[in-house]
Design a protein around this ligand. Structure first.
Ligand code: FDA
Length: 305
């Protein structure tokens, strides 16, 4: 119920203005977002890298409704990648991209061309790009763009969402040599026709997908904070004889930081998904939808990380 409310709130411009101006909004956001500028992103990336963690940076540029906005997002990523290269943060840091931010809803070709420019900048910087997964209406287009990008930039990664009924099939398609696949549960409000609705069904799908990715030839990126799924992933890695550099765990910045440290201390490869940018509202609402109890722990989150 609360999850549905937060996901609906993600689309409300009125609520967005209210949350952005409230001191508590800024307080919660600083727990989940590096800051508003590329300099903030580079500083936080350095701290994470010094702790032995990988990073995937996500630029929160807001909704893209014009080609000029799409180009501005592209340019922000290209500048960020130059900053990562200059500060020696690659290959520890890669970037995550939403094709909608690069103009997918306006023109798929435009989004592809913008993504190509970011992939080229990433290749120059010695790192890679992962394409985020958005709502199910974009899945086919995103996977087609991925296939096109991978012809010239084979390290470009995909995100698959275990809550979608189609995802086991997509895992089979993508579990091939050189293919980087991030598996997450899924963060959007989706109808029953395309997505499992109960937490148990989503978890069972996650495990089936994990089995396909871990037994396949690609590079699985296990994106979850769920302790049970993390334990199952560790078990499957042993079962399928994968050493620690042959898969990685990914967690969101500010979420289960002790678990991030525990996994890294145990020799696992861990990457932290690190958003930055001024348009953090939609991202924050999706995190609150993941765990509404975050709101009740606000006083604690102000004093502790
Ligand atoms: P779940 O939500 O069931 O949480 C399991 C446990 O983790 C909770 O019981 C709690 O202990 C802890 N936890 C979870 N969220 C927390 C929070 N906010 N604060 C404190 N504790 C928390 N989605 C998508 O649709 N497209 C995408 O491209 C991506 N990309 C992505 C990248 C990475 C690296 C991650 C980790 C996640 C995504 N997601 C995503 C989001 C994903 O789909 C999902 O919404 C969240 O990861 C929450 O699901 P969990 O697997 O963590 O399980």
């Amino acid at each position: 119920m609360l999850r549905t409310l937060f996901l609906a709130a993600a689309g409300s411009a009125r609520l967005e203005r209210l949350v952005e101006s409230a001191p508590a909004g800024k307080a919660i956001v600083s727990r989940f977002v590096a800051g508003e500028t590329a300099a903030d992103a580079l500083r936080t990336s350095r701290e994470l890298a010094d702790d032995g963690l990988g990073i995937s940076l996500d630029y929160l540029g807001g909704e893209t409704v014009t080609p000029e906005q799409a180009e501005a997002v592209r340019d922000a990523y290209v500048a960020l990648l130059a900053g990562l290269r200059e500060t020696g943060l690659t290959p520890a840091a890669e970037v995550s991209l939403k094709l909608s931010a690069l103009g997918q809803r306006l023109d798929e070709k435009l989004a592809y061309e913008n993504a190509r420019a970011v992939c080229a900048a990433a290749a120059d910087a010695g790192t890679a790009v992962t394409l985020d997964a958005e709502d199910h209406t974009t899945t086919d287009a995103t996977l087609e763009t991925l296939a096109d990008l991978r012809r010239d930039f084979p390290s470009t990664g995909a995100v698959l969402q275990a809550y979608l009924r189609r995802t086991e099939g997509d895992c089979r398609e993508l579990a091939t040599a050189g293919s980087r696949v991030r598996l997450c549960k899924g963060a959007y409000a989706e109808p029953e026709s395309v997505a499992f609705q109960s937490a148990l069904d989503v978890d069972k799908s996650y495990v089936r997908c994990l089995n396909i990715l871990m037994s396949g030839e690609g590079y699985p990126m296990v994106a979850t904070h769920d302790p049970r799924l993390i334990a199952i992933a560790e078990d499957r890695a042993r079962w399928f004889d994968r050493s620690t550099g042959e898969y990685e765990f990914q967690l969101l910045y500010g979420v289960r930081t002790e678990e991030q440290a525990r996994l890294a201390a145990g020799g696992q490869s861990v990457r932290v998904y690190l958003p930055y940018g001024s348009q953090w509202y939609g991202y924050l609402m999706r995190r609150l939808a993941d765990r509404p109890a975050t709101l009740t722990t606000l006083p604690r989150s102000l004093t502790r990380r």
